[in-house]
Design a protein around this ligand. Sequence first.
Ligand code: ARG
Ligand code: ZN
Length: 880
Amino acid sequence: MNQPATEQPSVIYLKDYEAPAFLVEQTDLRFELEEEQTLVRSQVRYSRNPGCVSRQRPLVLDGHESLELQRLSIDGEVLSAQDYRREGEQLVIPDLPDSFTLECVTRIEPQNNTALEGLYKSDGMFCTQCEAEGFRRITFYQDRPDVMGLFETTIVADKQRYPVLLSNGNLVDGGDEEGGKHWVRWQDPFPKPAYLFALVGGDLEYVEDRYTTCSGRQIALKIFAEAKDLDKLEYAMTSLKQSMQWDEQVYGREYDLDIFMIVAVDFFNMGAMENKGLNIFNTSCVLAHPKTTVDTGFQRVEGVVAHEYFHNWSGNRVTCRDWFQLSLKEGFTVFRDAEFSADMNSRTVKRIEDVTLLRTAQFAEDAGPMAHPVRPASFIEISNFYTLTVYEKGCEVVRMLRTLLGAETFRKGSDLYFDRHDGQAVTTDDFVQAMADASGRDMSRFKLWYSQSGTPQLSISGEYDAEHQRYTLHMHQSCPASADMATKQPFLIPVAVGLLDPQGGEIPLNDGATTEVLELIAAEQSFVFENIPVEPIPSLLRDFSAPVKLQFPYSSEQLVFLMQHDSDGFNRWDAAQQLAVGIMSGLIGDYQQGRELRLEPALIRAYEQVLSNQGLDKAMVAKVLTLPTEAYLSELAEEIDVDAIYSVRRFVRETIAAALAPVFLQVYHDNNLVEEYSPDAASVARRSLKNLALAYLMATGKEDYLMLAQQQFDEADNMTDSQAALTLIVHSEHRQAASVVLESFYQRWQNESLVVNQWLGVQASDPTAGALMRVQALLEHPAYDSTNPNKIRALIAVFCAQNILNFHNSDGSGYRFLADQIIVLNTQNPQIASRLLTPLTRWRKYPAERSALMKAELERISVSGNLSRDVFEVLSKSLA
Ligand code: ARG
Ligand code: ZN
């Protein structure tokens, strides 16, 4: 009885980091890909790490229960069972010389790998996902990012089934073998950790292009996909070339191999992966065609192609010492791709979209049971830390560095960072140190952004002294306790500020500029502006200069004033958001008190003015007129009253629609041009404004507008317009029309997997009654595949995260449904199961009855047996 029934997964701490006992010089891999099994032979040249104090330490290799060890030998001598031991999933080999070659043969079954980590099959094609810890499912290895070495990979497979065999680096050899097989050999000249290893084998076709680098080198670019998707690769190719050029111009980074490949796969847990020279992409992040892809889909392809490409420097050439440093590469690379997208499209619109995501989802993460710093201090399962905090807040932290240092010094810092650490595995401290050295500034206080979790709150008030023409901003910062950390020290918060005079002009500030970056370092601090001739209206936290919650006692009139006059585009939008938030919060209170809802005219008047201002960027108009989402209102609420939030938002939308219908109709027609589809910023902006107008028109409930939507659905020559109309009709009370368009859409697109996902998503997010039953029926539909993460996300995740009325049905049916799905997915695909849990982890923010129902489902999952580390960690933290 000294053996516990189930072993509790252990916690791994940053403070326990130790350098590896052995270094790897060279890794030679040989794969024999077959239908029933894959044999992997690894030959690894190890030598003791001189930087490691103890010379006695054994070689500890990571492995996995799915690995079948067939042979192990050292310098040609086969090891017997006494020569090594299995400790859990690890293999421990003691008494080793200072350098040796270890050969290891393992047998794996990629065809049965439903977790989609390591080597697995997607639609009959072999592919890999090794980040973070997938390589240990291929062979026994020191599977950690600070072990870097050269790789050579030989692949043998049936030539007919798998004509294309790819790995990292350059193709150096190959040929035919008997039995209809062929083989290839790839060599990667750059040392890399195992998480950047990749292999692909399948019946693929490709498009090809070339790029000439700044130093005149010719790079072959190939994007691979199944034959049927070959017509959807042009946009990714264009985005890739633009990314390569941008990284040369903006960061001075040139590509280093002679070939760059991307492969599109249908079964993928995440968006994409930056494997050296061989990026592997979820089809949803690389395929794009006007007929099948919406505007936001094009933008996603552009952004993800850039993101993975940029990793070649920020991630591959300079990588992470350990997984606690994940944001070193992710935060920085998200910042790089965000700036790229901003340069390619509308900068302000990109900023609004990113901040919206941060303020809804990342702030909610900070406030929930999985809260963690940008550089986490501990984890149970690293896959759970590919989070909004590590990615999006990590990006904001890098952005603040640039704001504090200025663009030029920031570039000096990034040059120094790449130069100093090329070929190394380093830490976020090293990154900040490079910035400190380049600027000559002490950045130690800034590092709290990496080590402290939670969203800081910033309250500001203004004081005008007319006699001395002096304006003072009093600032106060605090940060509430998070699940993982009770008390916090004050952060260094860059607060970008402008002051507007009553005519809307910008008042020159202390150094003559109209925006000044104030550096708040204490809990309490005041900033004085001299020579301010009139009492100004401050524009605070311009361009969202820090990831904080800002409070300033603006009146509605002042917010409307800022909407019209602020020279900072982000703050013009944010003023509209805060105006709407204030009004809607009041209405939520009214709803809860049973009072009749009335919309004060300020918002309608402000919206009308924005609509009639011809000079405004259309994309901005569409953003300004989009009401705060239910998710944002939920995040802001002390306690989430789903019915109140839904009803109020709907009421406000319908009231605005009724008041401004003629204007919206005009806007609709003005922007409904007959033109060839193009994903450029101006065309995207026109479509977004047109479809926003159509949404308001549909909100009136009038038949005329249903006909307009139907007409758009029938006549659209692009997926953006088609899907917008489909969604509006399906989410309306016109049930008959809804089933007609759904059926015709499916008939037309049933062979386009990604379009079918949109079709599933539209139904999953349908707020009308009975959505859960329809979602459950769709689980049985031939279009659904319970092993494909994209389908799971389109149906289950969309229902649980976006369909707040039906998911939070007071009978608990939504919660029960999700728990049932998670119990199945826990064994099948732990990463996806764990991610799906998110909505239930927020149970403490709901009123008592719903909260109890949610908690009960979490408890039911926790006793369902055999929990994966992924699900165990989220559950135990949620129930703690
Ligand atoms: N590094 C990839 C990216 O660029 C993400 C890989 C995530 N993989 C995972 N198993 N969590 O975003
Ligand atoms: Zn990344």
